[in-house]
Design a protein around this ligand. Structure first.
Ligand SMILES: Cc1ncc(COP(=O)(O)O)c(C=O)c1O
Length: 425
């Protein structure tokens, strides 16, 4: 909870609901004092935060700019149009829909646009690095469609395109998803494009994780190889929690109809505004520097971990993300993740490809550099970060709480020199 010195930064909230305000204050301190390595998280700018807390919240606007089912859209139409135009410019696409509430509903809208219940769809298996919504069995996308799944090779940790092609030609899916949630390597959109064309499938690039890298030129763009681009806006793109669907003009109508009225009601206009702000930030030269710095930091961190005997899936990284298999360290992923959390290093435990352990108690830990790069840490700091992770994992194995507390103090000490965007100093 808050300490006596803690300054409330939300005076109206503190007056109306001190209990909730205290929790927000505690979260601000936690995000300030810890090294946040979850690769799908970031720090949004103060401008994005402000936009997402505006009176745009108060407005209903079912429909699209110029075609709404509610009046009073003089400003909202312009907000949404700004977001759409900026998305089109940043990603070089004909069409953008900025209304999906988040990544999972965005992907569901894609299925609604291009498949019927019971149709075959194809994506990467969740334990191999894919996302639940790519046809995995426990997800609606695996229950309502027949999900066939590809993976990575056990020896290389890389996608085997011969296997993907063979599966696609045998199963003839309506929709193929590429991209994922634990993929440390560059996605070969051209190779997927060839396979999808041969199989007659709609190809969707789910770039949720790497959208910011694409916007900043630090990962190849899926344009022109794919039919649809689906992305969240809150990961490397550094926007609010939301999502976008993008495509060539030919798919614009189908996608728009699927989002509204197919799946959703009124768009969250405060989020649309914050997406517009984030996209403006992503169009600036400084964002290119950011995207390249994220990758440089991840590569430096991977090298420093390899030097300390860590086993990295696929042997390293091309992007913002590193997947560590802790089997050689003889510490299960969950125990390591929880110990690192006590050491002020926030990660998530994760399955690794061909994991012999259960998803709720897997062998791996997934880390990434978007957040620490947003704070201004550079490649010079990555050896120190690896050393902390190494000490944390060793302390997890030994049950050494003192060692974890020592790392936590060192982490907090370094981070005082790197204030996080959007947080009160
Ligand atoms: C590749 C990918 N797609 C979709 C999603 C779903 O996004 P959300 O959590 O916003 O529903 C995620 C989230 O982790 C993701 O990594």
């Amino acid at each position: 909870m808050t300490t006596p010195q803690h300054q409330y930064t939300h005076p109206a909230l503190a007056a109306a609901d001190p209990e909730l305000a205290a929790l927000v204050g505690a979260e601000e301190r936690l995000q300030a004092e810890t090294l946040r390595l979850i690769p799908s998280e970031n720090y949004v700018s103060a401008a994005v935060l402000e936009a997402s807390g505006t009176v745009l919240q108060n407005k209903y606007s079912e429909g699209y700019p110029g075609r709404r089912y509610y009046e009073g859209q003089q400003n909202i139409d312009q907000v949404e149009t700004l977001a759409v135009e900026r998305a089109k410019a940043v990603f070089g696409v004909d069409h953008a829909n900025v209304q999906p509430y988040s990544g999972s509903p965005a992907n569901l809208a894609v299925y609604l646009a291009f498949a019927e219940p019971g149709d075959t769809v194809m994506g990467m298996a969740l334990p191999m690095g894919g996302h639940l919504t790519h046809g995995w069995g426990v997800s609606a996308t695996g229950k309502w469609f027949r999900g066939v799944q590809y993976g990575v090779r056990q020896d290389t940790g890389l996608i085997d395109f011969d296997e993907v092609r063979e599966l696609a030609l045998k199963e003839r899916p309506k929709v193929i998803f590429c991209g994922g949630t634990a993929l440390p390597r560059t996605i070969d959109f051209a190779a997927f494009g060839e396979i999808a064309r041969e199989a007659g499938a709609v190809l969707v690039a789910d770039v949720a994780h790497i959208a910011g890298l694409i916007a900043g030129g630090a990962h190849p763009s899926p344009v022109p190889h794919v039919d649809v681009i689906s992305t969240t806006t809150h990961k490397t793109l550094r926007g609010p929690r939301g999502a976008m669907l993008m495509s060539r003009e030919e798919h614009a109508k189908a996608l728009d109809k699927a989002v509204f009225p197919g799946l959703q009601g009124g768009p969250h206009n405060q989020t649309t505004a914050a997406i517009a702000v984030a996209l403006r930030e992503a169009s600036l030269p400084s964002f290119r520097d950011y995207a390249h710095a994220v990758v440089a930091n991840a590569k430096a961190l991977a090298e420093a971990l390899l030097a300390r005997g860590f086993d990295l899936v696929s042997g390293g990284t091309d992007n913002h993300l590193i997947l560590m298999d802790l089997t050689p360290k003889q510490v299960p992923g969950k125990i390591a993740a929880k110990a690192l959390d006590r050491a002020g290093i926030v990660v998530n435990y994760n399955t690794v490809p061909y994991d012999p352990r259960k998803p709720f108690d897997p062998s791996g830990v997934r880390i990434g550099t978007p957040s620490l790069t947003s704070r201004g840490l550079t490649t010079e700091h990555m050896d120190q970060v690896a050393e902390w992770i190494d000490r944390g994992v060793a302390a997890a194995g030994a049950g050494d709480e003192q060692a974890l507390a020592a790392v936590r103090a060192e982490v907090a000490d370094l981070l005082t020199a790197f204030p996080a965007p959007g947080l009160p100093v």
